[in-house]
Write a protein that binds this ligand. Structure first.
Ligand SMILES: Nc1ncnc2c1ncn2[C@@H]1O[C@H](COP(=O)(O)OP(=O)(O)OP(=O)(O)O)[C@@H](O)[C@H]1O
Ligand SMILES: Cc1ncc(COP(=O)(O)O)c(N)n1
Length: 526
């Protein structure tokens, strides 16, 4: 089982009242070149769709070559900043970076005790990539205490060694053993970072100690990128976990997405040409640029052939002009009912993975209404228009539902939303054109044999749901890596092609004849 995402919003007692953008606070030091500390954290929050806030613990004169000086303002300055934020703003998550001194660490720990933010990520910053100390040696105990106030701690290998009081791990298994020991003793999830290991991989792992001595280890592996853009990677990863965790079902999903997103940022970092030392990562690598196309606009263009082909299908034409054989229609409806039962479970998965309460509710309602419609199809339409036929799912139905289940199995919300989208949009699109043609012919809906059915295509409630699903897909696509966006597009196109095959199935394999045979043998009438 995965770790919970965090405590409920005890202070405000209204976890459900969270807006779509989590309000995330960083408490950290500065970097005037913008690669690490609060600057990196605020860029990360913004790039990942969170609202960012910052409390400064230390003013650090540093660049891509190293730290020149560091100044920790009087404690009252820290206290006033923390109070100014907490007195006014509901905080959904906190990321803590450089604390610098024992006094700052203890002050922040006391503030966490008083405020109890729903999610706390501690990056136990001790030494910069350049080798300069960012934590006073006598502050290590205070950082160990601070870690016990966190939900997640994100040490690199030297920091992990200090936290557990052992020599630095030389191998990944040693690092995992130390992370397990920290998770068990400090009762905190440990996102241990293997960036300092030698070799071609840069492994991380989320280690969570559960009840009765159980420990869950989720490895998050990635190839090591040959680059100089590694300044601020630790700051960026912990900030990404804080920004994503309020909108992910658990910490595993948040850590996985944070790592994937950071990987893209590291890969794009050198192209920024910032500084001549170890440069920053590109926090904007996955953000939609000005004028960049929405995912659904791109996806819609990618299935232009499918949409045109739908209009030309004999089934769609006959449905539109009312000449469709009633048995053929019944065979289609039966497959639709079988499809909807499966589609419902995939919508339920989307609800489970959805980042916001609003999206969770939307997809859960969708899952529920699929079952209602499916039951109605059985009870009403098939009962009224022919005997109930327990036909198995057709190859087209199976192929479509298998593709949807595969998308659901990725556990990636963005991919699942893309896969379920054609059932909304292609259906609405084809239906709108059939309904328009009906209107142009002057045929009233109630005079058309399938008028009631066609009316469901253009039902305003269904069209609004279709628009909403599109908006959610665009929102999901705005904060994913290019690789995930490509997976979204592939899932969308595949599902759209299955929509086409689904519409075509009765004419293609003459299910109507098979249906007639069954009807004949079942009822002895034809
Ligand atoms: N060259 C690289 N290629 C791919 N991923 C990397 C690379 N270097 C670091 N990472 C990743 O960046 C994150 C930070 O790792 P690292 O172990 O360097 O932490 P850190 O030392 O706290 O970072 P910082 O450089 O900010 O001090 C981890 O997710 C790690 O796997
Ligand atoms: C204010 C601040 N916080 C953290 C780091 C660590 O980042 P890195 O190890 O990449 O230099 C830093 N350099 N400055």
């Amino acid at each position: 089982m995965s770790a919970p995402t965090g405590r409920s919003d005890a202070r405000h007692g209204r976890p459900d009242a969270r807006p779509a953008r989590p309000r995330v606070l960083t408490i950290a030091g500065t970097d005037p070149t913008g690669g690490a500390g609060v600057a990196a954290d605020l860029k990360t929050f913004t790039a990942l769709g969170a609202y960012g806030m910052a409390v400064v613990t230390a003013v650090v004169a540093q660049n891509t070559h190293g730290v020149r000086s560091s100044h920790v303002p009087p404690l009252s300055v820290l206290r006033d900043q923390l109070a100014a934020v907490a007195d006014d703003v509901t905080i959904d998550a906190v990321k803590i970076g450089m604390v610098g001194t024992r006094e700052v660490a203890d002050e922040v720990a006391a503030w966490l005790d008083a405020e109890r933010p729903p999610l706390v990520v501690v990056d136990p910053v001790m030494v910069a990539t350049s080798g300069h100390r960012l934590l006073a040696p006598d502050a290590e105990d205070a950082v160990r205490r601070l870690v016990t106030h966190a939900d997640v701690v994100t040490p690199n290998l030297p920091e992990l060694a200090v936290l557990v009081g052992e020599p630095e791990a030389a191998t990944w298994p040693e690092a995992l053993a130390q992370a397990t020991s920290l998770a068990e003793h400090a009762r905190v999830a440990v996102l241990v970072k293997g960036g300092h290991l030698a070799g071609g991989r840069s492994p991380d792992a989320l280690v969570v100690a559960g009840p009765e001595g159980r420990v869950d280890v989720t490895e998050l592996d990635a190839p090591r990128i040959a680059t100089t853009a590694t300044h601020g990677t630790g700051c960026t990863l912990s900030a990404a976990v804080a920004a994503l965790a309020p909108r992910r079902p658990d910490l595993v999903e948040a850590a996985r997405d944070a790592k994937e997103w950071l990987h893209g940022a590291i890969a794009a970092g050198e192209a920024l040409r910032v500084g001549s030392g170890r440069g920053p990562v590109d926090h904007l690598h996955a953000a939609p640029g000005l004028g960049e196309r929405r995912f659904t606009a791109e996806a819609w263009d990618a299935i232009a052939d499918v949409r045109a082909a739908c209009d030309d299908l004999p089934f769609v034409r006959a449905l539109g002009d009312g000449s469709l054989d009633a048995d053929e229609f019944a065979a289609y409806v039966r497959q639709d009912a079988l499809y909807l039962a499966q589609y419902s479970t995939v919508l339920a998965r989307a609800a489970q993975l959805a980042p916001t309460l609003e999206e969770r509710a939307f997809f859960a309602r969708g899952a529920s209404s699929c079952l209602t419609i499916e039951a109605a199809l059985h009870e009403d339409w098939l009962a009224a228009h022919g005997p109930r036929l327990d036909v198995p799912p057709s190859p087209e139905t199976l192929a479509y539902t298998d593709a949807l289940h595969r998308a659901a199995a990725t556990g990636d919300y963005a991919v699942v939303v893309a896969a379920v989208l054609p059932c909304y949009s292609v259906y609405a699109d084809v239906g709108a054109r059939i309904a328009r043609r009906l209107g142009e012919c002057g045929t009233p809906e109630d005079a058309h044999p399938y008028g009631a059915w066609i009316a469901t295509y253009s039902d305003p409630v269904f069209l609004a749901a279709s628009d909403q699903a599109r908006a959610y897909a665009d929102r999901a696509a705005a904060y994913v890596s290019r690789a995930t966006r490509a997976r979204m597009l592939a899932a969308f196109v595949e599902a759209a092609r299955h929509e086409l095959a689904f519409f075509d199935q009765t004419s293609r394999r003459d299910l109507s004849a098979a249906t007639r045979e069954r009807v004949g043998s079942a009822s002895g009438q034809r």
